[in-house]
Write a protein that binds this ligand. Structure first.
Ligand code: NAG
Ligand code: NAG
Ligand code: NAG
Ligand code: NAG
Length: 546
């Protein structure tokens, strides 16, 4: 008994001693040194894009962080972008036009295919552009990489085969940036794409659909891209790059950053080489013009309508949308519309609408409830509490801004990643979709009513806003990851891929199979001999018995 009490006392004393020790210890803490010595780190980064435009802002946002950390950034891309940008004018750009794209030329083949709503044709055109642009872009990349002595390549993943190939040829690291992983690696089975007649999430699909989307569609795609791969390899031969047979390009050992986030993206496992870093958003945005500000203040239930900068819809569809707005205003569901016409040319629609005085008055900006504006500070409009619904094409950055500002969406996807984004937004419960093939006033009116009246859209928008805000810090993580790649000694292919380990495993397996087979054969032979001996001796016995 006494011993037990002593024991307890002893424990108590230790406890007190620890307490005292800890409270004293707090006074002698030193701060962990978090500063980084970048003096011996290579500094020259070459950033490239074959398409430019909407692919640049999120890439440059990350590059600006790297520039603040002392790296030298040079951009090669079509379009006079950085000089005219309020955010990125500090980044020098080599302007190199892509003569094969012409996305803003209405006569281009790609645009014709868009307007004809022909995905297969559009993609055939896109693949053709990838092949045609290979050599010119490879050459300009090579020239500039030599001039600035590039230490690392940052490649926009869309069609940018020359970027990964050049990095590989020079033995320099490359980092890919994409809006989703579909552009850089095959997605998991349950993720697919409406463009192939499948769905963003195949979870609840029938066996037939899952079989088609998992087996038949990829086979068909592989069949289609084989001529593209052949074409690319012919171009590679011109600039003395070895052929490569992966349609994603030389990206298998490359860090790929995806400007997306779970909540919007369908959950799936990522390899360490594929990291989500989105949504990448600028810290500041242009504010409302006085005209927009007063319009929004006076129209508490406003729909903001903007399609992206490189998508087109038919004049007939523009008319249907305008008729829907008029109907919504007439029924007093909404009281305002801001129509941003950055690149939509209303003149075609004007011609079509010669019978409707009301639509002409809208297009001439004479309607009291509809504000047509060429310049639209999108983020500021979405942030305004009176913007209740965003009618959008569902491009990645518009979707991110809409989630960030918790604005429910009506999505009219046109092409590219927009159809799959539209499905993801609908699954996330922040949006409803309309179809460009079958646009009608009643459908639009009833969907806008649902978006305004059903509580779930607001609740889900708030949930996604939280996720978007938390994840928007990851642009710094993206810059960290690029710095990590800059500092990582490359693992050899054999070691990196564990080919040596697998080779030994296969040899061991074959040896074991051999030994096992040999033993089996021995046993079989032994049994056979024993059996025949038995038979013979039985025969002998039988004969003896006779
Ligand atoms: C980065 O650019 C600056 C200005 O162009 C130049 O002075 C500096 O030498 C460059 N740094 C490296 C590591 O090349
Ligand atoms: C690009 O834009 C800037 C600013 O507007 C202008 O000064 C420059 O001349 C332009 N460059 C080209 C090649 O058009
Ligand atoms: C599949 O069905 C389940 C159960 O009804 C549901 O919870 C889930 O959200 C559905 N998934 C999709 C992608 O529709
Ligand atoms: C507009 O006028 C053209 C001919 O000038 C006609 O073919 C077309 O049907 C008219 N459009 C409408 C919507 O009435």
């Amino acid at each position: 008994m006494f011993l037990k009490n002593l024991f307890t006392l002893w424990h108590f004393a230790i406890f007190i001693a620890i307490l005292i020790n800890q409270s004293l210890g707090f006074e002698d803490l030193i701060k962990r040194d978090v500063s980084l010595d970048r003096n011996n780190v290579p500094k020259n980064i070459l950033v490239t894009s074959i398409v430019g435009g909407s692919h640049l802002p999120y890439i440059l946002e990350i590059c600006k962080i790297l520039q603040d950390r002392g790296y030298n950034i040079t951009l090669i891309s079509p379009g006079n972008y950085t000089a005219q940008s309020i955010y990125y004018h500090s980044i020098p750009q080599v302007i190199f036009e892509n003569d094969y794209i012409g996305l803003d030329r209405k006569s281009s083949e790609v645009n014709k295919a868009f307007l004809e709503d022909d995905y297969e044709k559009t993609f055939a055109q896109v693949r053709k552009i990838a092949v045609q642009s290979y050599v010119p872009f490879y050459n300009i990349y090579t020239k500039v990489a030599e001039e600035i002595n590039a230490d690392l390549f940052v490649c926009d993943c869309l069609m940018n085969y020359p970027c990964f190939d050049l990095a590989w040829k020079l033995g320099k690291p490359a980092v890919g940036i994409a809006t989703g992983f579909g552009l850089s690696i095959p997605p998991p089975s349950y993720m697919s794409d409406p463009m192939h007649g499948c769905h963003a999430n195949m979870e609840n699909e029938s066996f037939y659909n899952r079989f088609r989307c998992e087996i038949l569609v990829p086979l068909k795609l592989a069949w289609k891209v084989r001529s593209t791969i052949k074409g690319l390899n012919a171009q590679r031969a011109i600039v003395d790059v070895e052929p490569h047979y992966n349609m994603f390009g030389r990206t298998s050992n490359t860090l790929i950053l995806s400007n997306s986030f779970y909540g919007f993206e369908i959950p799936h496992a990522n390899s360490p080489l594929h990291q989500e870093i989105g949504p990448v958003l600028s810290d500041t945005f242009p504010s409302l013009t006085p005209a927009l500000d007063s319009f929004l203040t006076n129209h508490p239930r406003t729909v903001y309508f903007a399609l992206g900068t490189i998508v087109f819809i038919s004049p007939q569809n523009v008319i249907t949308l305008l008729e829907s707005f008029l109907e919504l205003i007439k029924q007093d569901v909404i009281d305002g519309v801001i129509w941003s016409t950055v690149k939509t040319d209303p003149s075609d629609s004007l011609q079509l609408a010669n019978s409707s005085a009301q639509i002409s008055s809208i297009l001439n900006n004479n309607h009291p409830h509809i504000h047509v504006s060429k310049y639209s500070p999108q983020y500021a409009i979405l942030s305004h509490e009176n913007t209740k619904v965003f009618l959008s094409h569902g491009g990645a950055s518009s979707s991110h801004e809409s989630m960030y500002t918790a604005t429910p969406m009506l999505v009219l996807p046109i092409m590219g990643d927009q159809p799959v984004n539209a499905e993801k937004l609908e699954l996330a419960g922040i949006a409803l979709r309309i179809s460009k093939w079958n646009l009608n006033v009643n459908d639009i009116v009833s969907k806008v009513k649902r978006l305004l009246n059903e509580e779930s859209f607001k609740k889900n928008a708030k949930r996604l806003q939280f996720l978007a805000k938390v994840n928007s810090k990851r642009k710094y993580r993206a810059a960290d990851l690029i710095e990590i790649v800059m500092n990582t000694v490359k693992m050899g292919f054999i070691r990196g891929k564990y080919l040596d380990v697998y080779a030994i495993a296969i040899i061991l397996f074959l040896v074991l199979c051999g030994v096992f087979g040999y033993a089996l054969w021995k046993i079989a032979r032994y049994t056979y001999i024993r059996f025949s001996e038995d038979r013979i001796s039985r025969k002998h016995l039988k004969r003896k018995g006779d």
